[in-house]
Ligand binder design. Sequence first.
Ligand code: GLV
Ligand code: MN
Ligand code: MN
Length: 426
Amino acid sequence: MDVTISRADPARVAAQLEGFARLSEPGSSTGVTRLAYTPLEREAHEAFAGTMHELGCTVWTDQAGNTIAERSGDEPGLPALATGSHLDTVPDAGRFDGIAGVVAAMETARIYAEHGIRHAHPIRFVAFAAEEGARFGQACTGSRIVSGLTTVDDLYGKRDADGVSLADAMRSVGLDPSTVAEARWTPDEWAAFVELHVEQGAVLESMGTPVGIVELISGSTRILLEVTGRASHTGGTPMHLRADALAAAAEIVLLVESIAGDPRHRGTRATVGRLDSAPGTITTIAGRASLYVDVRDVDSDRQRDTASEIIARAEALCTRRGVRLSSTLLADTSPVMLPAWLRQAVASTCAELGLDHRIMPSGASHDAQMINNVIPSGMIFVPSRDGISHSPEEWSSPEALATGVDVLAASLLALDRLLLVAPEQP
Ligand code: GLV
Ligand code: MN
Ligand code: MN
């Protein structure tokens, strides 16, 4: 690719992001809400499919609801190179998490089409379904399915806050959960995958570095802690006779924070992102409370040890307070090290483009983490303003994103050349 002419257009990137941001649940918030396996998520996939079709790609949707657009290659029989990310969001999200990677894929396809760029391998542009764990607790459902990491049983077991299972949510948008095994990717059909994503941290911005290349993606252990106390009258019940589930839960929130902050857990991030209590009235002591705990780490032992310590110490705390605790594992994903040769290919591309880069870990989960189980995967990070994400304030400038697209578009072509001469990378 002639890097002097084939650059991404920041205005076009911004316009695509704006278009997807409009596909949001109506409400008073300024953020975007487009949850996994909802009609709005499907609408976003249709918009992606329409654009990719116009760009000359062959487009299809798999049994998991992932949308795949293929630009054919010149050499018959070669496996595909791929790029993409997700189109679903957390509730009240920004417009960049996931969507930036899909828009980057669209812009890459547009650059190739506009400049008549040819490649030997087919290149597939992928919009994954249901990446966010916000609705069902499990992240990366679409990419887990294609990687063989989610079974049909899981789809019946994971439920949203209204009790709707993943399987039923899939059915409600016209997908058949019993057929997901057919969506599996195989290495004879797919060669490598590169995902562009916003950093969701403040490292690149604070270092003034335009591009991050991800080395290691954090794992995540998600636990539901349910506290059972005794509901009773807030006026009639003396303080010493209470079994207040919400007070115990409040102490658990602080316990989680302090365990993660302990120097023994350096690097661990542990959060209670959701706390529900029942009956939830001002005049009744809470009889029940549910805490959703997310433990993230790039060190898998430390991740699991931290989760176990949280459960053990929360149990002791509940015993002391005269309430009961039960714990349920909602999801457990290991950290993933991405292949060095692929990082190197992206790093060399940055050098060719005259761009500085930084090799770095990812604190968030990503589709690339799952896809790497089947085919070698890499990730390109673009700076996030103030490191904010999963919030309407999430922001990456169109220029920064366009720079990331330049790296992505050129990296895929570099991989195309590399894998042609040396298809068996270590
Ligand atoms: C995905 O956004 C995650 O929760 O890491
Ligand atoms: Mn994401
Ligand atoms: Mn996210």
